[in-house]
Design a protein around this ligand. Structure first.
Ligand SMILES: [Zn+2]
Length: 351
């Protein structure tokens, strides 16, 4: 079938003009290594023929958070995105320095996600943030920012967003993971400047740094596709039946170690816990002193530390509280079971 000519204007990213119907990879030069080797942020743009949102999907703004890199690779392999309405800008590795070094940070130990909006003449982080804002963020209408837990910490797949904005809430719900955190903004984060510019933005947090977690990746690919359908970028005709409804957490907080020692966890990610339940035991190496870690309230474990060696004050378990705890628990169970039973059936159905 012959495609109709498009009246849509080309999109220009980093001086490269991409015509409607074109898919193009480009590089945004950020700096160079000491060896003089230039370093660039890789970007792929799919500029649809038909008008629609301009969605940024980005990952590894923390250089060691890898699930999002794989989510974007799988997303870009989906045949259905070739017929998208609007524009998809995919940036799988934002913090290219950290990615090479397998670390969260920039070479000067700054956190790129605390450097926004940045400045042209500031530190390396400020310059990268400024460039990324100017070339990408200023040109998009919606953002999905993909993260994982920090190093040696795992997150249950969850969406964080400021739910005061109705479109943001719509995107958060459409993503379809069981838990949504109405999370406060952190100064200097991509999410804070996007919010300030009234660009709806959600953050997906799942799995652990420096690891691929299959469940988190699958849920992420489904989530992005589902948001694209919700925004009208992809056809809704093949919309799949969603078995669970995401539940918004009331609050969440970390339970910290009260003593130093070796920890034996007793609860898994996604477990429902009640006030007073033992989450773990911390002991000395001889097992002479055993101290339980108790849950201060009813909730669901949405994050945990993976190293069993703990110091007093260390954050061990992230527990979210819910108004509708039963619903949240059911949602988590269905979500986990559904993903495991049908590891790729739904994803393949798009092709
Ligand atoms: Zn992160």
């Amino acid at each position: 079938m012959k495609a109709k000519p498009s009246s849509r204007a080309p999109i220009v990213i980093n001086g490269v003009s991409i015509a409607p119907g074109e898919r193009q990879s480009l590089e945004i030069r950020v700096a160079q290594l000491y060896t003089q080797t230039p370093l660039s942020i890789p970007v792929q743009v799919l500029h649809g023929r038909r008008e629609g949102p301009v969605l940024l999907v980005c990952a590894a703004i923390h250089g060691d958070e890898l699930n999002g890199v794989e989510i974007i690779r799988r997303l870009l392999s989906m045949s259905s995105i070739r017929r998208l309405r609007g524009t998809l800008i995919a940036v799988p590795i934002v913090n290219v320095f950290g990615f090479i070094q397998q670390t969260r940070y920039l070479p000067d130990r700054r956190d790129l996600n605390r450097c926004f909006p940045g400045s042209e003449k500031g530190s390396l982080g400020a310059r990268m943030a400024h460039l990324f804002k100017k070339e990408i963020i200023d040109k998009v209408s919606h953002i999905i920012d993909l993260h994982t837990g920090a190093i040696h910490r795992s997150n249950l797949p969850q969406v964080r967003a400021c739910l005061d904005h109705p479109v943001t809430e719509q995107m958060a719900r459409a993503f379809g993971v069981p838990v949504i955190l109405n999370a406060a903004l952190r100064d200097g984060s991509l999410r804070s400047i996007a919010e300030a510019a009234e660009i709806p933005v959600i953050t997906y947090e799942a799995g652990e740094a420096l690891r691929f977690d299959e469940l988190s990746i699958q849920a992420g690919v489904r989530g992005v596709m589902s948001v694209m359908r919700e925004l009208g970028m992809l056809s809704k005709t093949r919309r799949l039946h969603r078995e669970h409804v995401p539940v918004i957490a009331k609050t969440s907080s970390w339970v910290r170690a009260e003593v130093d020692g070796v920890m034996r966890p007793l609860v898994a990610l996604g477990s429902r816990v009640r006030k007073g339940d033992h989450l773990a035991i911390i002991s000395d190496p001889f097992g002479m002193r055993e101290q339980p870690v108790t849950s201060p309230y009813n909730g669901i474990v949405i994050g945990r530390v993976n190293i069993p060696l703990v110091n007093e004050g260390e954050a061990l378990f992230h527990i979210a509280r819910f108004q509708e705890i039963e619903e949240a628990e059911k949602g988590v169970q269905k979500f986990t079971a559904g993903m495991l039973q049908d590891p790729d059936g739904e994803l393949n159905s798009f092709d």
